[in-house]
Ligand binder design. Sequence first.
Ligand code: GDP
Ligand code: IMO
Ligand code: MG
Length: 438
Amino acid sequence: MSEKRSTELSAEQNGVDPRVTTPNVGNKVTVVLGAQWGDEGKGKVVDLLAQDADIVCRCQGGNNAGHTVVVDSVEYDFHLLPSGIINPKATNFIGNGVVIHLPGLFEEAEKNLQKGKVFDFHQAVDGVQEQQRQQQAGKKLGTTKKGIGPVYSSKAARNGLRICDLMSDFQEFSKRFKVLAAQYTSMYPTLEIDIEGELEKLKVYVEKIKPMVRDGVQFMYEALHGPPKKILVEGANAALLDIDFGTYPFVTSSNCTVGGVCTGLGLPPRNVGKVYGVVKAYTTRVGVGAFPSEQNNEIGDLLQARGKEVGVTTGRKRRCGWLDLVLVKYAQMLNGFTAIAVTKLDILDVLPEIKVGVAYKVDDVVIPHFPANQEVLQKVEVQYHTLPGWNSDTSTARTFQELPENAQKYIRFIEDRLEVPVKWIGVGKSRESMIQLF
Ligand code: GDP
Ligand code: IMO
Ligand code: MG
């Protein structure tokens, strides 16, 4: 009795309530997220980590994502399938936060091979909305036209249809599908929807996907609480495209920051383990919207050409500019990265000097945080720190020490400014072209 009391006292002295028992937290997921405007090389980092993974998950976005993985000179591009699909031992899981265009999924699976649903009309509406934005406001958003905005709008308006609805009573599904289609045709009178034709196609998919569908919450719970497992989560899109924290309205329609992992897979925050940010050694952006460090000049052209900066999903040229640590720091504030991967360092090999954005000024005054408002972001003046280039080939380096001194300094500069360790450095497209620091 007195012994028990004394342990209770000491627990209380330590600020621990003795009534609270330590729960069995279970396995933790490792997360890979984009820290800029997308296309940082997430696919390549996921591929690296997925080689011994048991489960690889997608938690948000749809086939607006385009992730490239290069293995043995074969280039794969993934849009809806997790990049872990290359590892035959891994189970690939598409969570509830993802919006799925079923024909796109099967097309992708056949070319390369579980809830919200994108229909063909969502994609058509995405196109019509872009036209209207152009006509009414003189400016498009520059979407991927994969129906992402319209389908997440349906979700928020609570008339969307989920995979679980498709798996249930097809008649009921058809009724709700028709209501949704009617709502769209009344909103967009020029829209033509082949309702019976789409339903016919969907019916075929029901049988095809049935064996692959699981209750997502149960699946994740068992994965987290069974024997030790390595579970990876592949983020799509990126922090600055996040619906809440990105450069709104020039964003996508999901949460591409770490919160999306919990809501898009149905897992508690305590099961989120390491969170890796992927940062390109410079900055790119596809589509419209402010881009403070953009280089609309020969530097931008050089980065575009050397980096082969063309969108995987849309084939559009990516806009290019210097690395902007103001926005990467903002991504770090949102995600709390454990460590980062700096990709495409090799693209900078030919530059005599390299600039890095370190602060924003508005009306000659340094502003204290990343501006939420687009008009403000449009007019910020980036303050650059200039570092000497290395003028030599980094693509064969496999250790940090093998990198030229100035390239090492560039990496250390990024680390110091962000106060986050750099764990990997990308020096080429292939799986082998990655330096691991620790
Ligand atoms: P994700 O959307 O973030 O997965 O990135 P993308 O696949 O859309 O774009 C990244 C592009 O850069 C792809 O073509 C990759 O093959 C390529 N890439 C990734 N890392 C490196 C690197 O370190 N060096 C070079 N030269 N290319 C890279
Ligand atoms: P990954 O995963 C780059 C951009 C589009 C557009 C805006 C909205 O490959 O990094 P949407 O179709 O989502 O409504 O388009 O978001 N965008 C991306 N840009 N990489 C991506 O994904 C993107 N996903 C969306 O270009 O400006
Ligand atoms: Mg991409």
